[in-house]
Design a protein around this ligand. Sequence first.
Ligand SMILES: [Zn+2]
Length: 283
Amino acid sequence: MSLSLSILASGSGGNCGILRNGAGGSALLIDCGIGPRTTAQRMQPLGVGLDDVAAICLTHLDYDHFNMTWLSEILRRKIYLHCHEDHVDALLARANNRDLAPRVRPFNGQAFLAVPGVRARSFALPHDELGSFGFVFDARGGRIGYASDLGRCSGELVRHFRGLNVLAIESNYDPRMQINSSRPWSLKRRIMGGSGHLSNQQALDAVRQILDRCQKDGEELPRHIVLLHRSRQCNCPRLLRKLFSSDRRIAPRLILAEQDRATSWLWARPQRGAGAQLELQWG
Ligand SMILES: [Zn+2]
């Protein structure tokens, strides 16, 4: 049994990740910033349907992370919605539907069961007024860290992200492209002011600190390092690859999540039998 993650969509047009522990396990969505139909289309090649989604874990309530078109699916399919206790009132007010309350599972700093077999723990991230939440998902099949929409990297993030098999972290913008963009100055200030988003260099520094810590503790490095929430207007994949490839530990593990298509499954641990299958193909 192995824990695996795919990023179905990432960026200001909508964010959604999917996590599963083993092929037959229930699926967990991390945010649902794209509608159910698009989500279903992107999950299909991964072998997952909407029926398999048992719960959704919300980082925060911005529109690119919680798309209201999910409301009817959540109610109809009896999907659980994990939401930080400080965000529940705002969530219920926005949904304005009394049937939603029984579907909401508030979390706080304590560990909680995200879907059967997968334990989650949240930690607060600086982002706008209400903040956002990062997660560590733990199962027998591995450990995945997920942090998006954070204004700056804290020691707490590095502490939580130990022993990861898959690391997913925001790398939102290149500062020069941000400053030179046609965006209003108030927006630029919000993004770059420490409570908005991580720049590429800040994300690289965070990843390096996490890897340094791994090596210091004698742990294996994460198998995959996934960059999330890349700005279309103020970032460039070539720049990002060049910057992150300056660290030889990162280059072979690097994956850039896309806004308009899903990544393949990123396995926290090698699939049992994968080696045997390869041998058969190559033999
Ligand atoms: Zn966002």
